[in-house]
Each structure stands twice: as C-alpha cells, then as structure tokens.
Design a protein around this ligand. Structure first.
Ligand code: PLP
Length: 433
C-alpha cells in the first residue's frame, strides 16, 4: 500500500497524523474513517499556490459532494477555498459551518424550488444554472426577494473524458448542462443577460472524473474560452467567470498513474493565459472545482478483522466489520483499493486474500485480491484512499450504523462525525398500530 500524507510506520504499526492505528481503535472503535488533516491542508495549499495568475483571479472550489460535514466545511473555509454544493442539504451544511455565502457555488441539474429559495434567501454567491426551467424559477425567486442573483451557466463543450483520454463529440446526451453546439443555448444566454434579476457572469463545465490525461483539461479550456468569446460577441456582455470543473485523477492502486498536480497546475494556468490573450478575452476569474483530488488520498478506513474463511475454490476471505455500507464504490463501479494489516506493517511475507464486508450481498467485496500479512481475527485492516465518495455515499443497509469520522493531526484525534447508534437508526421510524 502506498503511504500518503503524514502516514508512517513505527514498530510494525501504521501511524497517521502522529497517532498509531491501535490507539485510534481503542479511542474511537472501528470501522473508523480517518482524515489526515495535515495531508488535506497541504493538498489545498498546493492547489492555491500553483493555480494562480497575474492576468486573472483564480478560485479553487472544493466539490463538497466528495466528503461533507461541518468540520470539513469549516476547514475548507479557513484554508481560503470556495465550496460547491449540489443540494439543499450540502448548502445547509456549508451555511451552518459559517461558510461565507459569497464563496458558495450551487450546482445540480434539478435544483428544487425550496432549494433555490434557501440559496437566494441566504445570498449564495453563485448559482450554476443547468437549464431554462430552473432559470425561470430562479429569476422569479430573485424578483420576489428583490435581489440580483449571480449566475453562471453549465454548458457541455462536447468533450467526454474517458479516464485515460478524451473524445471529442458533438453528440450530447449528458443530463448536465446545455450543449455549446446548440444555437438555442446562445439565445438562452442572451435572454439571461438581459434579466434585471440575474447577473449573468459566465459559464461552467465539468467533463468527467478520475481523468488522467492532461490534454483533456487543456482541450476543455480551449473550447470553453472559444465559447466564452462567442458569448461576449453575441450577447454583448462582459464575460466575468470561467469555471472549468474538477476531475483530476488520483492514485487508488498501481493501475492509476496520476500526473503531478503542482506542475500540471502551472502548465494549465499558462495554457489558459495564452489562449485568453490569443482571443483577447479578459475574464476576472478562472475557477476549478477539485473534489476527489483534494480529499481522497487523505482519508482511510480502519476495520477490525473477523473470521478468515477458506473456501473450496478461490482466495480465502477476510471478513471486516464494515463493507459496502461504508464504501459502496467497489460494488457500484468495480473500484479498486489497496489495504494493509495495519498492525503488521513490517511483515513482508504477503499472501492474497479477498476482503469482504458483513452485508447480506454476495457483491459486498471491498477488495477482490489484496496482498496481506497473515491476517488473524482481531487484527486491524486499513484501506487507503477512501477520503472521497465513501462517507458521502455510505448507507444504513442491513441497519448498519454509519462509522465515526475522526480528523487526526499532530498526535491528536478529534471526532468530526459521531458513530451512529441503534437509536439513530430508528429515529424517524413511526410505529403504526
Ligand atoms: C463531481 C463534480 C466535481 C468534482 O469532481 P472530482 O472528480 O471529485 O474532482 C466538480 N464539479 C462538478 C460540477 C461536479 O459534479
């Protein structure tokens, strides 16, 4: 397993944020989501320090759907990032965490009336409009609140990222945004920019997730800048913000080969500057929206090993005290992970095992083929790179309570989300006689 952030090994044990995993287990129990706070902070600073320009302001917007709770929102705010939310629930969390509403971007392809009211009422800085119906709702709500809402439009530039490469296509069947190849999109922009309740500020796109080919992002920037110039010409507006989305790929296993982000962001910024000056476009702000690449490597899940079961065929099973409830990604999209026996880190004699959870589903496999050091009941098993899209996708299937989340830093662990109790599980149940 690759070590990330502050991970180190001491006396056969994995240490994160200066704390050994056995201490984390005795203090907080398992399964446990562990967030390496320093690792996350360093990554956020790497984004801020490398994505900057002398010709435009830059914004790094944390895509909070990757991992969201009050503590992470507070930390993100403290680090000086903006935040994107995709639902009323995420918006509510950001507001409750004290996030400056001006720095909130509200996404989503079907924002509900009440969600838009919540956003307008709280003066959310930017709404990323997806379609004309939503714009109509938003314009009406802004009118009722006698305010002007800042809007950018989500468009589809005909680039589809396929993880390792991109394909360019004018075919557009994505549920997100409007195609830049559809003339109606420009008509719509013209209409929005003359609406007194709407401040039309620019456009947004997000071409995919877990993308490894940096050309995808360069090509995307080119297409978006070209379209932004067309908007300035045809809609007679001052183009203010270009938001280029997220999707930067990360390492889960040795099959993944992400580019080095710091140097990429430098090249990316230069590329954007060059294209802007070529087309004589001067937006105030260029923004990006990383989610996975900010948090993923700095989250891990710690489990306790239960039974080890040899079957008549295939690899022996190692059962852990969680599973698809805390990490649905392997069963949802065959996502791959690495694991270690975290109290046997110096043991180099590794053998293959299949790691399975405790849910009543044959597909509840966390890792199909993991190399582990002689796992025994009671050992600590850690799966790395579970920071993004794990807690945020977790469920209570089989009425399994969600694990605790702890932030670790400088030898101290702090609870960010409490472990759910059985009482929590029946909280909303009503007994019908
Ligand atoms: C999911 C999402 C992101 C973040 O994607 P990552 O792959 O996690 O970086 C950014 N912007 C939008 C609109 C998204 O939907």
């Amino acid at each position: 397993m690759k070590l990330f952030g502050t991970m180190s090994i001491k006396e056969n044990e994995l240490i994160i944020g200066g704390i050994g995993v056995s201490e984390l287990k005795s203090k907080h129990g398992t399964p446990l989501y562990i967030i390496d706070q320093k690792g996350f902070e360093d990554k956020a600073n790497l984004f801020i320090n490398n994505f900057k320009s002398n010709t435009f302001d830059t914004r790094v917007i944390y895509a909070s759907k990757a991992f969201m709770n009050l503590s992470i929102a507070k930390l993100v705010s403290k680090l000086g990032l903006c935040i994107d939310v995709v639902s009323g629930g995420e918006l509510y969390t950001a507001l409750k965490a004290g996030f400056d509403p001006n720095k909130i971007y509200f996404h989503g392809n079907n924002k509900l009336y009440d969600e838009l009211v919540l956003a307008v009422q709280n003066r959310v800085g930017t709404i990323v409009v997806d379609n004309e119906y939503e714009y109509d709702l938003l314009s009406g709500i802004s009118g009722e609140f006698e305010t002007v809402t800042r809007v950018i439009l989500r468009v589809n530039p005909g680039i589809e990222a396929h993880t390792h490469e991109y394909i360019q296509t004018t075919k557009n069947d994505s549920k997100f945004g409007l195609s830049i190849f559809d003339d109606k999109t420009m008509d719509f922009i013209i209409k929005m920019s003359s609406d007194p309740n709407i401040d039309f500020a620019g456009i947004h796109c997000h071409v995919g997730s877990q993308v490894f080919d940096e050309n995808t992002f360069l090509k995307e920037a080119d297409e978006m800048i070209k379209y932004a110039k067309e908007i300035e010409n045809e809609a007679q507006v001052v183009f203010k913000e270009l938001n280029l989305g997220g999707g930067f790929g990360v390492y889960y296993t040795d099959e993944d080969n992400p580019f080095e982000l710091g140097s990429f962001l430098g090249r990316y910024t230069k590329h954007i500057e060059h294209k802007l000056s070529e087309l004589d476009l001067n937006p105030e702000i260029i923004s990006i929206e990383p989610g996975r690449s900010l948090i993923n490597s700095y989250g891990s899940t710690l489990y306790t090993v239960g039974a080890i079961k040899k079957t008549m065929a295939g690899l022996p099973y190692v059962f852990v005290d969680g599973g698809m409830t805390d990490n649905p990604r392997p069963s949802l999209y065959q996502a791959k992970y690495e694991a270690v026996i975290a109290n046997k880190m110096d043991d180099t004699d590794l053998e293959s095992y299949r790691i399975a959870g405790k849910c009543c589903e044959t597909g509840d496999i966390l890792i199909k083929d993991a190399s582990l050091a002689n796992p025994m009941p009671g050992d600590l098993l850690l799966i790395s790179s579970t920071g993004a899209y794990n807690y945020s996708m977790s469920s209570n299937y089989n009425r399994i309570p969600r694990p605790e989340v702890v932030f670790v830093k400088d030898g101290v662990s702090k609870t960010a989300v409490k472990r759910e109790t059985y009482e929590d599980l029946i909280r909303n149940d009503e007994v019908i006689d």
